[in-house]
Design a binder for this molecule. Structure first.
Ligand SMILES: Nc1ncnc2c1ncn2[C@@H]1O[C@H](COP(=O)(O)OP(=O)(O)O)[C@@H](O)[C@H]1O
Ligand SMILES: [Mg+2]
Length: 451
C-alpha cells in the first residue's frame, strides 16, 4: 500500500513538473488522455451550457407523447471524430438542423474555458460539418516545429501557428511579402528562419541589408548576391530587373505557340518551362527597407527613386520570372515617399510583429482585415517573435518562428553552400567569402604592419 502511494505521488509530481517546465511533453504523456476524457465526459453538459444544443424536433416530441415517455432533451451536435494531435485535440462535429458554423465560432471562448483547454478555434469543413481545433497549452511560448513538415519546392515551414499547425511561406502561392514590426520585435529572426529553410532548396538568395550587413552577411556563403548600402542596392536591383527581362525573353522563345501546341505546354512562367531550361528562382530579402527610401540630398533622392522603381517593377512582374520579394521594415507607409503605397499593394503576404502604434499595424493590415490590426497591437512586448500573419483574403493567424540563432543559421547556410547557384548577371555582387578576399583586408591593430 505504501509502495503504491509513493508511486502515485511520484507520478503526480512528475506530471506537475512536466506541465510546468515542458508543457509539450506533458501534453504527449498525460495531458492528451486527461483532456480527451474530460471532453467526452463533459460534452453534453458543456454544449448545453454554451447554447450549442437544439430543442427536440416535432416528430420526437410527438413520439414521446404518443408513447407516454418523458419529453426528450435538447441535443448537441453529433461527434464525428475526436483525434488527439501533437499539441491538442481535434473535434469534428455534425451540426444539427438550425445550427451554423458561426454559432460554434462565437462560442469558442466559452468552450475553451469549459473544457479547460488553452485555445479553441473552429472552421467549417463542408456544409454541416465543423472542425473544432483545441490546443492543450501555449504552443507559441516555446516553439518546437514538428520533425517532419511538408516542404515543397519554394515552400518553407517558417513558423508555428497558435492552433499548433505549421505556418508555411509558399512563394508560388504568395510571391511577395511584407514583414513589419518595431525594432527588437523579431523580424530578423523570422527572416533568418526563411533563409535557413530556403538554403536547402534550389533557389538563389539575394540580400539587401542596409544595417551594414550585420544580419545577412554572416550567411554570405549561401547568398548569390549581397548589398550592404543603398548604392550597391540600386545597382543590384537594376541587375535583377535586367535578369527579369532575359527570363521573359526565354519564356517567349519557348512559347512558339502554333495551332497544334497542346495547352499544357504553353509556358507563361518559369514553372511551365522544362526542367533543363528553367532559370533558377530568386528570393530577394530586404532588411530595414526604410533605409532604401530615405534621402538627404538631391543625389540621394535620384538613387532612391531608382531603387523604388526597380522594386515596384520586380513586384509587378517578378513572379512569372521566378523573382520573389521578401521585404522587412519597421514602417512602410506613404511618408516614405512616392511609389511606396504602390509597392505595398503588390506585397500580398503580410506579417506584423509587435508594433508601437496603430498606424504601423494599419500599414500591414489596414487594407486587409481590421481584426488583424487589433491583434498586432496587442502582441505583448515580452513575447518577441510573435506575429500576426495575414493574407489578402482577410484570414489571419498568430504565429511565432522558432528562435533560430545566427550561429544555427550560419551552420545551415555553410552546409548548403554548394547549392549557391552562379548567376552571371549578379556576379559583381557576389559576397567576398572568408579566405578569398576580394577587397584588401582592412588594417587593424592586430594585423602585421606592411612596409
Ligand atoms: N521567434 C522568436 N522566439 C524567441 N525569441 C525571439 C524570436 N524572435 C526574436 N526573438 C528575440 O528578439 C530579439 C530581437 O529580434 P530581431 O529579429 O533581431 O528583431 P528586429 O529585427 O525586429 O529588430 C532576438 O535577439 C531574440 O532574442
Ligand atoms: Mg532586424
Amino acid at each position: 500500500m505504501t509502495g503504491f502511494t509513493v508511486a502515485l505521488v511520484l507520478v503526480v509530481a512528475a506530471a506537475g513538473l512536466l506541465r510546468w517546465r515542458r508543457p509539450a511533453w506533458y501534453w504527449l504523456t498525460f495531458g492528451v488522455t486527461l483532456a480527451s476524457i474530460r471532453v467526452l465526459v463533459r460534452y453534453a453538459t458543456v454544449m448545453d451550457a454554451c447554447g450549442l444544443t437544439v430543442p427536440p424536433s416535432r416528430w420526437r416530441l410527438a413520439l414521446a407523447r404518443a408513447t407516454n415517455r418523458p419529453a426528450p432533451e435538447s441535443r448537441p451536435p453529433r461527434i464525428l471524430l475526436l483525434r488527439p494531435t501533437r499539441t491538442g485535440l481535434v473535434l469534428r462535429l455534425k451540426l444539427r438542423p438550425g445550427q451554423d458554423a458561426f454559432d460554434v465560432a462565437a462560442a469558442s471562448d466559452r468552450l475553451r474555458h469549459s473544457f479547460s483547454m488553452y485555445g479553441v478555434t473552429s472552421r467549417e469543413l463542408r456544409s454541416g460539418v465543423v472542425e473544432v481545433g483545441m490546443t492543450g497549452y501555449d504552443v507559441l511560448k516555446r516553439v518546437q516545429m514538428p520533425a517532419t513538415t511538408e516542404t515543397r519546392p519554394m515552400r518553407v515551414a517558417v513558423a508555428l501557428r497558435e492552433d499548433g499547425s505549421v505556418h508555411y511561406r509558399d512563394y508560388r502561392a504568395i510571391p511577395h511579402a511584407l514583414t513589419l514590426g518595431a525594432t527588437e520585435s523579431g523580424k530578423s529572426v523570422y527572416q533568418r528562419n526563411l533563409v535557413a529553410g530556403l538554403a536547402a532548396q534550389d533557389v538563389a538568395l539575394v540580400g539587401i541589408d542596409c544595417k551594414q550587413g550585420v544580419e545577412l552577411f554572416p550567411l554570405a556563403r549561401r547568398f548569390s548576391a549581397l548589398a550592404d548600402n543603398p548604392d550597391t542596392a540600386a545597382d543590384l536591383l537594376d541587375a535583377l530587373v535586367a535578369r527579369m527581362g532575359e527570363v521573359y525573353q526565354l519564356i517567349r522563345a519557348e512559347q512558339r505557340i502554333t495551332a497544334d501546341t497542346p495547352d499544357a505546354e504553353i509556358a507563361a512562367d518559369i514553372w511551365d518551362l522544362p526542367d533543363h531550361l528553367r532559370p533558377t528562382p530568386i528570393v530577394v530579402l530586404v532588411d530595414e527597407v526604410a533605409e532604401l527610401a530615405l534621402f538627404a540630398s538631391k543625389e540621394e533622392e535620384k538613387r532612391r527613386d531608382r531603387i523604388i522603381t526597380a522594386l515596384v517593377r520586380l513586384a509587378q512582374l517578378g513572379r512569372a520570372a521566378g523573382i520573389y520579394l521578401e521585404i522587412c521594415g519597421q514602417r512602410f507607409g506613404s511618408e516614405l515617399g512616392k511609389g511606396i503605397t504602390m509597392l505595398r499593394a503588390q506585397l500580398t503576404g503580410r506579417t506584423a510583429h509587435r508594433v508601437n502604434d496603430e498606424t504601423s499595424a494599419n500599414m500591414a493590415f489596414g487594407d486587409i482585415s481590421p481584426d488583424a490590426v487589433l491583434a498586432a497591437i496587442q502582441i505583448p512586448a515580452e513575447m518577441r517573435g510573435v506575429a500576426v500573419a495575414g493574407n489578402s483574403t482577410g484570414g489571419w493567424h498568430r504565429i511565432r518562428a522558432p528562435h533560430t540563432t545566427l550561429r544555427q543559421a550560419v551552420n545551415v547556410c555553410n552546409r548548403h553552400a554548394d547549392r549557391t547557384p552562379y548567376l552571371p548577371e549578379l556576379a559583381p555582387f557576389r559576397p567576398a567569402l572568408p579566405g578569398t578576399p576580394a577587397a584588401p583586408v582592412p588594417l587593424s591593430k592586430a594585423a602585421p604592419a606592411t612596409a
